[in-house]
Design a protein around this ligand. Structure first.
Ligand code: NAD
Length: 495
């Protein structure tokens, strides 16, 4: 029997059987419109997970590896069912669903499995002279029972990628997928309890009411992905119990296009980054800033790239998806009112379809330039100078991503040194997401905290510092009474 088992069975008389029974009931889910789900004992769920966490069952490397392997199996065994759910929610074609969600997660897990042992190891640090002889080190510790709130645009990736990080760090978790991607939410609620340790993980489906009920609970961490407004709600709730919080938010990500580049390649990459998932990507280029001498060539190259990737009839292209719901479709349609639409602009709200659309020179005060677009509309704004471009970006809230296409090394340096953004990519879009060695997260209104790879492990860990002193040498300078000599010595050692 492990230490964990022993503690669990002694813990206030709650048996393992009891835990399994109760947690299975919670995993049985209520649908979003089932008001009865609010009668769930959310406190009981959170306490049960925290009690299981306290049993230390989730701490060993073997447990973490077994859960990661189970998640990997879940993704492999159910690849088709997961793609079907993504198709129903967002019209995502199989290939896109595979690359941006399923394979993305599989790679995330494989990377974690390869490195988890080294991530868990205490890290030695040097000690100051005044504390010698001593050993100093950092021990990463799991936080406890965490709440993961997912978003709808990459509903499986954005819910399970934080879960992978939480597992790596040895936490229990409640997973709350977005209700807007209802098929993806339902399949995760069905599959996760079949593969993962039910005593450590539970899925709660539902919307605002269920999320609010969960946020009222003193979890050991909130990890939220979504918009800024709800981000503020999450942070307010976190302040109630001083719960640590990671916010993965969005914003308007600029894309700057210089004149001295290969427009064909740049346009292909921008079209890929913008219209993947019909623009419903938090790091998609939100708008383009460009100087007058480049704009005609750029627009011509963009039209060609759109048509070569999605054909002249994107509505019937199986590669081109749909807007998540009619409400968002109407929101996007309203952004086009009074604008100079230079390409696309076809809208079918009933079918949740909006064609790839480009808009020229919208006013900075217009809705399309005030709000995050999060859809297939691309404003292109002609700017007088490069300096004006940098100023335009810096006058606005810090974006989640900033893109620059240039061959001019000096401009690249100016851009990297002067533009603040969560993530940056030069001469491409979104590719940094595929690098496990880079952290992913926002800054300012685009979010706080980061994850992916080791950064995710750190996000779900507390770095406990440990200093071990020896009895061998007693340095009495620090003890009162402070004579002149002691003060002199202390100042020399510490100052
Ligand atoms: P959403 O509507 O799916 O909401 C996200 C979560 O918040 C859901 O689980 C939902 O149930 C919950 N929620 C909604 N209203 C709530 C309320 N009033 N109280 C408590 N909980 C509530 O997502 P969204 O906000 O439409 O997502 C779009 C935004 O998310 C965009 O701004 C986008 O840029 C951002 N985003 C960021 C990332 C990232 O990784 N940084 C990824 C995807 C999306």
């Amino acid at each position: 029997m492990s230490l964990g088992d022993g503690l669990l069975n002694e813990d206030e008389g709650v048996s393992e059987k009891d835990l399994i029974h109760r947690n299975t009931a919670w995993s049985a889910q209520a649908s979003a419109d089932d008001a009865a789900s609010l009668d769930y004992d959310y406190s009981g769920l959170r306490e049960t997970l925290q009690r299981y966490f306290a049993s230390r069952a989730t701490k060993p490397l073997q447990w973490r590896q077994s859960q990661l392997q189970a998640l990997l199996r879940m993704l492999t065994d159910n690849k088709d069912a997961l793609s079907d759910a993504l198709y129903k929610d967002l019209g995502k074609c199989k290939q896109e669903a595979y690359v941006t969600e399923i394979a993305f997660l599989q790679a995330d897990i494989k990377h974690a499995l390869k490195h988890i042992k080294s991530w868990m190891k205490p890290v030695r640090k040097s000690s100051p002279l005044v504390a010698m002889p001593a050993k100093s080190y950092i021990v990463p510790e799991p936080l406890g029972a965490v709440l993961i709130i997912g978003a709808w645009n990459y509903p499986i990736q954005l819910t399970l990628s934080p879960l992978i990080a939480a597992i790596c760090a040895g936490n229990c978790a409640v997973i709350k997928p977005s209700e807007l991607a209802e098929h993806s939410s339902a399949i995760m609620a069905k599959l996760l309890p079949e593969y993962l340790d039910k005593k450590a993980f539970a899925v709660v489906e539902g919307g605002k009411d269920q999320t609010s009920a969960l946020l009222a609970e003193p979890f050991d961490k909130f990890f939220y992905t979504g918009g800024e407004q709800v981000g503020k709600i999450v942070m307010r709730a976190a302040s109630e119990h001083l719960t640590p919080v990671t916010l993965e938010l969005g914003g308007k990500s600029p894309c700057v296009v210089d004149s001295n580049i290969d427009f064909k390649i740049a346009a292909n990459r921008i079209v890929w980054g913008k219209w993947m998932n019909v623009g419903q990507t938090c790091i998609a280029p939100d708008y383009v800033l460009i100087e007058q001498d480049a704009v005609d060539d750029f627009i011509a190259a963009m039209k060609q790239a759109i048509e070569s990737q999605y054909s002249t009839e994107p509505k019937s292209s199986k590669e081109y998806g749909r807007i998540v719901n009619q409400r968002h479709c109407q929101r996007l349609a309203s952004y086009l009112e009074g604008q100079d639409v230079i390409y696309g602009g076809q809208i079918d709200v009933q079918e949740r379809y909006i064609s790839p659309t480009m808009v020229l020179n919208p006013e900075a005060s217009s809705k399309i330039m005030q709000e995050e677009i999060f859809g297939p509309l691309l404003p292109i704004i002609v700017m007088p100078t490069k300096q004006a471009i940098v100023e335009f970006i810096n006058k606005r809230p810090h974006p989640l991503a900033a893109y620059l296409f240039t061959q001019d090394k000096d401009f690249e340096q100016v851009f990297v040194n002067n533009v603040t953004a969560g993530n940056m990519c030069i001469n491409d879009c979104s590719m940094f997401m595929l690098n496990h060695n880079l952290p992913f997260g926002g800054v300012g209104t685009s979010g706080m905290g980061r994850y992916h790879g080791k950064f995710g492990f750190d996000t779900f860990s507390h770095e406990k510092t440990v200093m071990r002193r020896s009895f061998k040498l007693e340095n009495a300078f620090r003890y009162a009474p402070f004579t002149k000599f002691k003060s002199f010595m202390l100042n020399r050692f510490i100052g």
